[in-house]
Structure formats: C-alpha cells, structure tokens
Design a protein around this ligand. Structure first.
Ligand SMILES: [Fe+2]
Length: 355
C-alpha cells in the first residue's frame, strides 16, 4: 500500500519544507504539479490529501473538485486559505474537506490536524467495513431464513399428508366398526350411514365447526357400538321385549362408552355414544341428563337416530309418512328432543334432504 498522505504544493521549496516537517511522524508522498497529484490519486489509496490553497492550478477550485473526485474516500486539508474563500471551496468537495488552515499558526497545527484526519479516515473505513460485514451477514441470514422457510413448508406438507392419511385410516376403521354393528341385525342395514347423514346435516345447520362436525359424524356411525355386547336373543327378537330384556338392551350406551373409552381414536366419541338415549326432559338413560346438560353431539344423534327409525321399515313397524314423522318430532320436542334442533330439522327440511 502506498503512503496514506499526499501533500500537494505548487512551490517545490515549501513542499520539501512541509514534507520534512511532517515525515518526522508520518509517511508522506509529496508532489508539486496537479498532473502528478492526479496520477498518484488514481494509482494509490490515500487517506489524507494536504493541498495548498494557493496552488497555481487551483484556479476557481477546479483542481480541488478533480482531486476529491479521484479520491472520494480521502479527507482534504487545505493550507493557506482565508476564511472568506473557504465557503466557496467547501461546495466543490462537499463533506470531504476536513479542515482549512491559514495564517502563521497553520504550520504547527498541521501535524496534529493530519493525525486527526487520519484517525477519522480510519474510523470511517472501520465503519464501512462493519456495514459491509453486517450487510453480508444480513444476506446470509435472509438466505438461511428462506431455506428454513422451504424446509418448514415441506415438513408441514408432509405432516398434513400424514394427518390426511391417518384421518382416512380412522374413517375406514370407523366405517368398518359401523358395518360390524349392522352385520348383527339385517334390519339395521344402512341405519348408521343414514343417521350419520342426518346428524352431519343438522350439525352443519346448527353451526358446528369442522372438527365438531367430524365428531358428530363418527359419533352417529358408532352410536350403537354397544349393541355388540347385547345378546342376540334380545337384539334380534322380533316381538316386544320383556322387562329384563329391556334392562339388558338399555345397557348398550354404557357398553358402547366402555368400548370407545378403550381406544384413543374413539375416546372423543364417548359422550355421543353414552348419552344418545338421554331425553331433553331428563327421563332418558343411562345418566338421566336434562336439557343442555346432554352433550350437543348426543342430542343431534338422538334426533337423527329416532327420525331414521320412524322413516324406515322395521320388523315390527312400517315406515311412517313424512307428515307423521314431522308430527311425532313436534310432539316430542321439549320432551325427548332438543326443541331448537327439532325446529332446525323441520324448517330446513333436513329429513327429506337426507333421504
Ligand atoms: Fe342406541
């Protein structure tokens, strides 16, 4: 690296004198002509340029502007400049003139001034390096963030796909269980599926969220899972049940909730399975819950279950007409069923749309 200070003075004698004065402490290049000054500045990396303000080539400050342009990072110290001329010269190299010196005191001020300028130049360089390093780190961070973003998006998509596969497998398992329930009794064939359609449509009309609707749908499919534990003589009996048989049949919500509570996947369905025979007036079973104490999913499935039982042929009863179904639901609103759900079911024509 060349010397960090360039001294430009029109007089060779003064130049030598100042150079001798400065080189006691600093490394200095010294030139007389403007042409040589330009060449040095183009070739070297100078921190400070000391320029004679009375230099014959300075004419109107053109040289000053040229030197400032040739070494845009260098700081300028101007000698022999009167205060009134300083302002005009400052405009020619905005922000680059470190100090004007003039009068008889300028010579002893010069070494200290140049050292100060040198310190400032080094500080500016350090600051520029710091900004460059920060910028480079910032870009690296941005790249890492983008990479991380891509990785996170990929992992999220993988998780979503895995979850979708799991959901599909859960659905298959639940449909398989529902088929197993129906396989015991040919007359209930298709019952669980229809109850699920009614319950899902009613749940949607009641404003349930996506996950709540899924619980209602699965709960509807499996509401009678406890019938697996009911004796065939009772479950398949073509005639009316006696008191003991009814007591046994009424165990199916409890048996169902015990089965569901054993499987992590079915645990959320327990309220629906256990309480689908509760009645709005509190006379249902197994817990005798009343009104809104009955879980909403169970109230929905209860209505959908009863409606399908009325609207399809059974061994001991022909299907009721739509009008008779409607009358039966209205009669039981507030007794067996949640009256708001009955209203919703009938006013939206859900029974007919589900069939
Ligand atoms: Fe049931």
């Amino acid at each position: 690296m060349s010397a960090p200070i360039l001294l430009v003075h029109g007089s060779a004698a003064t130049l030598a004198e100042i150079r001798a004065y400065l080189t006691a402490h600093l490394e200095v290049d010294a030139v007389c002509s403007a042409q040589e000054a330009r060449r040095r500045l183009h070739e070297g990396d100078y921190a400070v340029v000391v320029l004679d303000g009375q230099h014959p080539d300075l004419e109107g400050g053109r040289l000053l502007a040229e030197l400032a342009a040739a070494a845009p990072d260098a700081l300028l110290v101007l000698l022999n400049v009167q205060e009134e001329a300083a302002m005009a010269l400052e405009d020619l190299a905005p922000g680059r003139i470190f100090r004007f010196l003039g009068g008889s005191g300028q010579w002893w001020q010069l070494p200290g001034t140049v050292r100060e300028a040198l310190r400032l130049w080094r500080l500016e360089r350090e600051q520029q390096d710091l900004v460059r390093r920060l910028h480079s780190e910032h870009i690296k961070l941005q790249r890492r963030e983008k990479l991380l973003d891509v990785v996170v998006r990929e992992r999220t998509r993988e998780l979503e796909l895995a979850y979708e596969r799991l959901q599909a497998a859960a659905r298959q398992a639940i449909l398989g269980l529902a088929e197993a329930i129906e396989a015991k009794d040919a007359y209930t064939k298709g019952h669980c599926g229809r109850v699920a359609v009614y319950a899902l449509t009613l749940g949607r009309e009641a404003g349930l969220s996506g996950s709540e609707l899924q619980l209602v749908e699965f709960g509807a499919f499996l509401h009678d899972i406890g019938k697996i534990g009911i004796r065939d003589q009772v479950l398949l009996k073509p005639g009316p049940l006696d008191a003991e048989e009814w007591a046994h049949m009424r165990q199916h919500p409890l048996v169902g909730s015990q089965i569901a509570s054993q499987l992590e996947m079915l645990k959320p369905l327990v309220p629906c399975v256990r309480n689908h025979h509760e009645r709005w007036d509190g006379t249902g079973y197994p817990d005798g819950l009343r009104g809104e104490d009955i879980p909403l999913a169970a109230r929905i499935v209860c209505l959908a279950d009863a409606y399908d039982a009325m609207a399809t042929d059974r061994p001991y009863q022909r299907a009721l007409s739509p009008q008779a179904c409607e009358q039966a639901l209205r009669r039981q609103a507030g007794l067996q069923f949640d009256p708001a759900l009955v209203d919703l079911f009938l006013t939206r024509g859900l029974g007919t749309s589900g069939q």
